[in-house]
Design a protein around this ligand. Sequence first.
Ligand code: MG
Length: 246
Amino acid sequence: MTEVITKYLQRNKFKNLDLKAVLFDMDGVIYDSMPAHEKSWQQTMQEWSLKAEPNEFFYQEGRPAIYTTNLLFQRNLKRDASDKELEELYKRKTELFFKYDTGALISGIEGTIEIVKERGLIPILVTGSGQPGLWERLNGDLPGIFTPETMITAFEVEIGKPHPEPYLMGLQKAGNLKPNQALVIENAPLGVESAHKANIFTIAVNTGPLIDQVLIDSGADLLLDSIDDLNSALPKLFEKMETIRI
Ligand code: MG
C-alpha cells in the first residue's frame, strides 16, 4: 500500500495526501445497477437494429448517453443520431432500465459510507447518470448522505467521463479541494480514466465482468475485487495516506 501511495505522489508531484473527501461513482459502486444498464442498452440497440458487442456497455459505462448512442450510430450507420432519434432511443432505454433494475445497493457500500463518515471525510457523488428522481432515490436508500449540493450528475457536466471534468467539479463541490485532498472510488474503465486524469488517487473496485487489466490500464492506483475488500483495506489506507510524505 505504501508503494502505490508513493507512486501516486511522485507522479503528481505532491508531497503528501491531505484527505478531506471521498468521491463516489454511482452505478456499479453504490448501486448494483450495471447488469440492468447493459441489458437495457443491448435490447434497445437490438430493437433499433444496431449491433453492439457483448459487454459493450460495461466498457462504455460513465460516458454520457448521447456519446454512447452516437458511437453505435457511427459504427453501424456512419452517422450521428438526430435529436429525435436520441430522445426516442434514450426514452426506451430508460423504460427498459427501470423494468430490469432491482434497485439493490452494492453489498457492503453502507459500511464504506460509515467508514468515510467516521473519518470525518465528505462523501461526494460523481455520476454521469441523469435519471429522474435520483436524489430522492439515493436519500431513501442512504438517508442524509448525499444532497444536491454534494452531487455531480449528468445535469451539471458538459463533457462527462472519461474527461476529467466531472471529478474536477466534484473537487470543487467538496470545497475547492486540490486533487491530493480526495480519493475516488470507481468501477468502470472510463470513470477510472476520468479520475486519473483529474490527478486524484483512484481506487478501482471490479464489481463487473471486465478483466482487471482494463481498470489498471485506465490508470487505477489501487485495484480491489469487491466493496467488502475495500472496507477491509480503507482503515489501513487512510492511516498510510496520513503518514506518508515524500
Ligand atoms: Mg460506475
